[in-house]
Each structure stands twice: as C-alpha cells, then as structure tokens.
Design a protein around this ligand. Structure first.
Ligand code: G3H
Length: 247
C-alpha cells in the first residue's frame, strides 16, 4: 500500500505577522512536490492569518486542542474552533506538551479521539527521552504511547503518527536513518500485531528531531519513514527542500 509522504512544519511558539507572511510567501512560491502532503502547525492566534496566505494545498494545523467542544476551560481551544477558522489538522501529544505541561497518555488519547470525532486530522506525537533510550526502554515507551492512542482510535485514516525521539528535538542531534527506521519498523510491526495488518500498512509514520535540508534525503529513503515533523527548519527557506526530500 502506498503511503503519501507527509511533511509537517511545527512553528511552535515562534513568529509574528511579518515573519509568518514571509514563510507563507516562500511556501506559496514553492515549488512543492505535488506528491507530498504539506501541513504547517501555526501558533493559534495566527492560524486564520496563515490560512488566508497559504495555497489550499498546504494544510494548516493547530498545535494543541482540548478534549471537549466548549465550556469553562479558560485558555483552551476546541477542535471545533480550529475547524471554524479553517484549520484542518491538529498536532497532539508533542513532547513539549507531555514534558512541560505534564500531558498524560490518557489526556492525549482523549484529545485525539475528540479531535477526530470533530473532523480534524491529527498528527499524534510519540517518542522516548534520552534516559529511556539509554536504558533500553525505547520500544516499551513508544508502544505504551501508541497503545493509549489505539485504545480510542477506531479509524486511523486521519491520523499521522510522528515519532520524535525527545533527545533529537531542537538539539541538532538527529537520529541516524538506521535508528529512526528501526523504531518505525518496530511500530509498524506493533500495529500489525495490535491493530491490523491494513492499518500497519497504511498508517503514515513521520520522523521528527533536528531534520534539516542536509539530512532529510537519507532519512526519507528509509522504507518506513513516511515524512517529517520539522521544528526549527520549518521556519527557514530550507523547509521547501525538506518537503521535496523524495524528489
Ligand atoms: O515538532 C517538531 C519537533 O519537535 C522537531 O523539532 O526540528 O527543531 O528538532 P526540531
């Protein structure tokens, strides 16, 4: 089963109107590989602005959402609100949400289930810390995080899994293509054994963690790497080269 390459840019808490206009100008000029799905994760206050500046072919994602539609949850954003202003995706469970904001596997699963029910597509992030990797826990950790998602996801069509080893995020220390491929292949095997062979074959698994124009091609050549979730480099012109890594 062929899986469309999917590259997300996660701008995190960066940018202002002028900088976002510049990034959107670059993405509009492209050229972007038509065989790659492109999504940008934009800070919430600028989602509508970015949506208005980007070509329709580029998806726009919130970077977080809450697990219910509305109510007394000061500071939270619902999937319905994201949809209402033109976002079609949301990033859930990023390690910065897990670590800085103490989000649990269960909360992330609840958010994912609700976002999918509301019609958003979800980039669901998983990944181990350096300590977990060094103590041989990588598979146990990513399987546990994926299991929490699998407990609530009935249809994986609108889910992209982003494997982001925490030790590689923003550190300049990218996983080697072999290290990333090894975890992606293990995840696909986990899907075969715990969800279904169809989902294992069709679900897209992105790699994230210090992806750059310089390292993206070799990572993209790995059989189980179906795209990237890019942080720092998504704010720079080189993001176009990362989108085009398979060309
Ligand atoms: O969501 C993106 C990841 O956190 C990767 O960030 O490319 O700056 O390492 P990075």
């Amino acid at each position: 089963m062929s899986r469309k390459f999917c590259v997300g840019g996660n701008w995190k808490m960066n940018g202002n109107k002028a900088e976002i206009a510049e990034i959107c100008k670059g993405l509009t000029a492209g050229p972007l590989d038509p065989n790659t799905e492109v999504v940008v994760g934009c800070p919430a206050p600028y989602l509508s602005y970015a949506r208005g500046l980007l070509p329709a072919s580029v998806g726009v994602a919130g970077q977080n959402c809450f697990k219910v539609a509305k109510g007394a949850y000061t500071g939270e954003i619902s999937p319905a609100m994201l949809k209402d202003i033109g976002a079609d995706w949301v990033i859930i469970g990023h390690s910065e949400r897990r670590q800085i904001f103490n989000e649990s596997d269960e909360l992330i699963a609840d958010k994912t289930a609700h976002a999918l029910a509301e019609g958003l597509k979800v980039i669901a992030c998983i990944g181990e810390t350096l300590q977990e990797r060094e103590s041989g826990q990588t598979e146990a950790v990513v399987f546990r995080q994926t299991k929490a998602l699998a407990n609530v996801i009935k249809d994986w069509t609108n889910v992209v899994v982003a494997y982001e080893p925490v030790w590689a995020i923003g550190t300049g220390k990218t996983a080697t293509p072999q290290q990333a491929q090894e975890v992606h292949a293990a995840l696909r095997k986990w899907f075969t054994e715990n969800v279904s062979a169809d989902v294992a074959a069709s679900v897209r698994i992105q790699y994230g963690g210090s992806v750059t124009a310089a390292n993206c091609r070799e990572l993209a050549s790995q059989p189980d790497i179906d795209g990237f979730l890019v942080g720092g480099a998504s704010l720079k012109p080189e993001f176009i080269q990362i989108v085009n890594a398979r060309q």
